[in-house]
Write a protein that binds this ligand. Sequence first.
Ligand code: HGY
Ligand code: MN
Ligand code: MN
Length: 410
Amino acid sequence: MASINPERLLADLRRLRTFGAQGAGVVRLALSPIDVESRHWLAARMNEAGLAAAIDGVGTVFGRSRSPGPALIIGSHSDTQPSGGWLDGAMGVIYGLEIARAFAESPGEHGLAIDVASWMDEEGTFSGYLGSRAFCGEAIEPAIATARNRDSMALGEALERAGFAGRPLARLEPGRHAAYLESHIEQGGRLETAGKRIGVVTSIVGIRDMRLTFTGQRNHAGTTPMAIRRDAGAALLAFATRLNEEFQALAGPETVWTIGRIELDPGSTSVVPGKAEMLLQFRDGEAACLDRLAERLRELVAQTDRKGPVRVQLADFDAPVQPVAMDEGLQAQIAEAAERHIPGGWMPMPSGAGHDAQIIAPYLPAAMLFVPSIGGLSHDFGEDTKEEDIVLGCQVAADAAAAILRAARK
Ligand code: HGY
Ligand code: MN
Ligand code: MN
């Protein structure tokens, strides 16, 4: 079996961390200058590893093995949240690079084709899973035409500025690509609580991202009597309270929902807010549960809008992401590899985080491997994983990758 090089793996992870480092965390938003710089570095490292690397028309970095197929794609994302950790996504990308190098150096695995990917904008700075959607041939033209980041920069402009616009897109090659393997930090506390070091992902949660806009009337905060106000901020807060009660009644055991952003216009203490916006996200492993919550939300919005005195509108904030199951055969190969390294030290588990693997799964057998997150913390600068778990995860992924490709050759 090929042995990964722990020092080289950790050195590349630490180097990638420097692109956008903020204290222990990383801010490397999709298509920001530092993200673009990191992608050129990544492409160079992939070329040094003997891959044919290119950055495609949406900024995905794709390193294609020079070995003939069948090929296993190993990847994740290297863009981050605004409060990003150093491992979210980045770890899975560098695993791919390290496994490609280890196979090239190993007599037994030399010639097994590993393609490596860093998908653009998994985190939805412009449009979630942009890179993996483009790779699978999904329509991204609407996103390119309309998506904007928080600074209102249009995706099309960001791609122009990055120098990626107009380039060809990395595309799934059904005759070549046998499967997709994504390794990732768990971003929760289940492995740590269970005392396990490897998670074999069984399924990935579905996600709905909605924008609610409340429109009232700006007015003087001192001279406008409470009875006649059309206070968009007060309406939003009342709606949020009612929503929590309603969702609690409809939620399943794994359902989560988050109001991640609230904006009041004009945001002055002496002005009754004329406009208010709320970003609401909800997730569950069952599509039927997500549909139930979405239906209740629509009813609540319609009721509130009819009742007044503030108008309410509901819209998708990002494209809905469906829950998916991971390929059973691939899961078994990850489990076998984990059992060899840490007998009994692994467990099957669902993913409460979204991943590019769920975009790819309908087009290609896909699987994921998790390593523990310390304290279950993620999407925060304090996100971390023990080095020995990072190294173990990469070796288990390498062994699973070899087994997957040998099986694909039969
Ligand atoms: O939010 C998620 O689950 C992923 O990190 N984008
Ligand atoms: Mn993330
Ligand atoms: Mn991630």
